[in-house]
Unconditional design. Structure first.
Length: 198
């Protein structure tokens, strides 16, 4: 049995469902909200490439290195983005949370915090991870701030790590949360979600 098994992760405002082609139409609508694929420092599928992107992620799932989810907004029951466990290393109980994007209208809401709480809880408490990693482009300041708000610590920067689709070289910021930090991070995320919003 592979370490990463498809699972539905349920929260009060958001559910994470195993990614499936039935989510495709919602995801095409979602990626059009803000023309997300035009952000040069990210790798978000264009609308006409969504089915191929679902196929790619499901292929990596079949190979045991990824577990992709559709992000379901419980207010609408529509898919509003994607996220994954990726680069899974079962022998070392290590994985990365990444390849995440959300439609513009749900960005800067509690949705990302809820998703990360679900993913981290499952990683540390069901999969017994030793650490969970996050990676992002050095110029993706919104993503970096979101990762840092989770309580992840910067491990370092991989310089000229990848060639981006526009030919530029990507410096990748690597963050992580280790198992001993998880109780504090969980308390922090739970507090973030429960505090009054004005």
């Amino acid at each position: 049995m592979t370490w990463l098994q498809p699972a539905s992760l349920r929260g009060p405002g958001v559910d994470l469902e195993p990614l499936d082609h039935r989510h495709c139409d919602d995801l095409v609508e979602a990626v059009n909200d803000g023309a997300l694929w035009t952000l040069w420092y990210t790798s978000i599928p264009q609308p006409d490439a969504m089915r191929a992107e679902i196929d790619r992620r499901l292929g990596l799932q079949a190979a045991g290195s990824m577990l992709p989810f559709a992000v379901i907004d419980n207010a609408t029951r529509r898919a509003v983005g994607m996220t994954t466990y990726m680069n899974a290393d079962p022998a070392n109980r290590h994985l990365e949370i990444g390849a995440t994007w959300y439609r513009k209208s749900v960005q800067r809401t509690t949705l990302n915090t809820q998703c990360k709480l679900l993913l981290l809880t499952h990683a540390f408490e069901a999969l017994s991870c030793i650490d969970v990693e996050f990676r992002t482009h050095i110029f993706n300041h919104q993503s970096r701030r979101a990762i840092e708000r989770l309580g992840a610590k910067l491990d370092g920067i991989l310089r000229s790590h990848q060639i981006a689709s526009n030919g530029s070289l990507r410096d990748t910021c690597v963050y992580s949360i280790v198992a001993s930090e998880w109780p504090t991070v969980r308390a922090h995320l739970s507090w973030q979600l429960s505090k009054p919003r004005g």
